[in-house]
Design a binder for this molecule. Structure first.
Ligand SMILES: NC(=O)c1ccc[n+]([C@@H]2O[C@H](COP(=O)([O-])OP(=O)(O)OC[C@H]3O[C@@H](n4cnc5c(N)ncnc54)[C@H](O)[C@@H]3O)[C@@H](O)[C@H]2O)c1
Length: 396
């Protein structure tokens, strides 16, 4: 037992402390959205790769609590140690799994490197011993690096433009001012490294491994997450190194779709999701400014959603058994439809042209951005008395 009063400490887009009870409260809030918006049953066994934060956590909660799935997750999180708080994803899962077990649901998470053969083997063993073949596989990793066990090389993902230097507006999260960032173009190694980490190769390995192990249930559906976004973020996102990786991921979906159709009458899709505040997106230059302006516009229009609303909509409209997903001309699910609405984008673009350090707080919903960002680490949540000590030692 180790109870402590925990104060927020941030450096740029990195949280240095985590509030365990705040993370638990965030999960409880997300569960309310799931329970109000989903049928409660319908899914058999689910595997979520990257289930501790962001879109993966939303998928895990939606599958388990919204569709009654028994679920196995994989993530890379830090447990509390020597009175130091664990990482946010650790505490998110402590609460999610405690709530699931209290409701009689079978859930489990394997903590370790999802890219490694060792963790893949542990997942296969757990499925064989305790879960059985999988009906739904969500691939939601966002990682800075990947050690490929086949060649032993440690690949790094970068966020750089391709072809030419990019200069554009961005929030400096150290002092919350608007300035210009200049980012030099990627090298070929940067591009290849980013594709290795964030492209579809590892997703394909997971699916092939589960197929070889006889663990794909009839009709198994798998989804991985992508992003496109507007022209203003193209140089750094869609036409940048990360965009090349997303193109690879989307091409992999087509390969896996054919494989799954043949092997188990299943399907693979990419879902293009909305830009939201997660640990992964906070690290991308330009994107936090775009998100702050987007939130201002979408909240005013009443079309704003968070990760949990997005994953509930994904399952309800597209992914749940028996649903026929609505696909775009490239075969992708588009959960970014409300973000990319022409009126929303015209308003965001208008604000983008005007925004500067002086008018930023007025034009953008930076308060909302920061609230969401702090909430990732368990801070600023309603219903939590932050002056009280909270238990840091929590187990999954
Ligand atoms: N956040 C957005 O705005 C946004 C929008 C559209 C699509 N996406 C995509 O959604 C996916 C998930 O991103 P997110 O924003 O939810 O990120 P996130 O940082 O919140 O979550 C990443 C997850 O990956 C896990 N992880 C990272 N490295 C791992 C490793 N080596 N082994 C095991 N687990 C590991 C983490 O533990 C966590 O569960 C990504 O593909 C991202 O590109 C994000």
């Amino acid at each position: 037992m180790s109870e402590q009063v925990i104060n927020p400490r941030f450096r740029g887009f990195i949280g240095l402390t985590t509030h365990p009870e705040g993370c638990a409260q965030s999960v409880r809030q997300q569960l309310k959205v799931v329970q109000a918006g989903c049928p409660g049953s319908g899914l058999g066994t689910m595997l979520v790769i990257g289930n501790s934060t962001g879109y993966g956590l939303g998928s895990f909660l939606t599958g388990v609590f919204g569709y009654g799935a028994k679920a196995l997750g994989v993530c890379f999180e830090r447990p509390p140690q020597n009175n130091k708080t664990g990482s946010p994803g650790w505490y998110n899962l402590c609460e999610a799994q405690a709530q699931a077990r209290a409701a009689g649901k079978q859930v489990e998470t394997i903590v370790g490197d999802a890219f490694s053969d060792e963790i893949k083997a542990q997942v296969v063993a757990a499925l064989k011993e305790r879960f059985g073949p999988v009906d739904c596989i969500v691939y939601s990793l966002a990682a800075p690096k990947r050690l490929d066990p086949r060649d032993g090389v440690l690949y790094a993902s970068t966020l750089k433009p391709v072809g030419k230097t990019y200069t554009g507006k961005s929030i400096d999260l150290r002092d919350n001012s608007i300035g210009e960032v200049t980012i030099e173009p990627a090298s070929d190694d940067d591009i290849q490294g980013t594709i290795k980490v964030m492209g579809g190769e590892d997703w394909q390995r997971w699916i092939e491994l589960l197929d070889e192990a006889g663990l794909l249930a009839k009709g198994c559906r798998t989804v991985a997450y992508s992003y496109i976004g507007p022209q203003v973020t193209y140089p750094i996102y869609r036409s940048g190194t990360i965009g090349k990786a997303k193109e690879h991921l989307e091409a992999t979906a087509k390969t896996l779709d054919q494989l799954l159709q043949q092997r188990c009458q299943g399907h693979a899709w990419v879902s293009v999701n909305k830009a939201l505040v997660t640990q992964a997106s906070a690290a991308i230059p330009v994107v936090p400014l775009y998100i702050s302006l987007l939130f201002k516009v979408m909240k005013a229009k009443g079309s704003h959603e968070g990760t949990i609303e997005q994953t509930v909509r994904l399952f309800n409209d597209h992914l749940a058994p028996g649903k026929e997903p609505q696909l775009d001309s490239e075969g992708r699910i588009r959960l970014d439809d409300l973000e990319m609405d022409a009126n929303v984008q015209a308003d965001v673009d208008h604000l983008w042209q005007q925004v500067n350090s002086e008018n930023f707080l007025e034009l953008a919903d930076f308060e909302g951005y920061q609230r969401d960002f702090h909430a990732l680490f368990g801070f600023g949540l309603d219903g939590i008395d932050y002056s009280q000590a909270t238990e840091v030692d929590r187990s999954l």
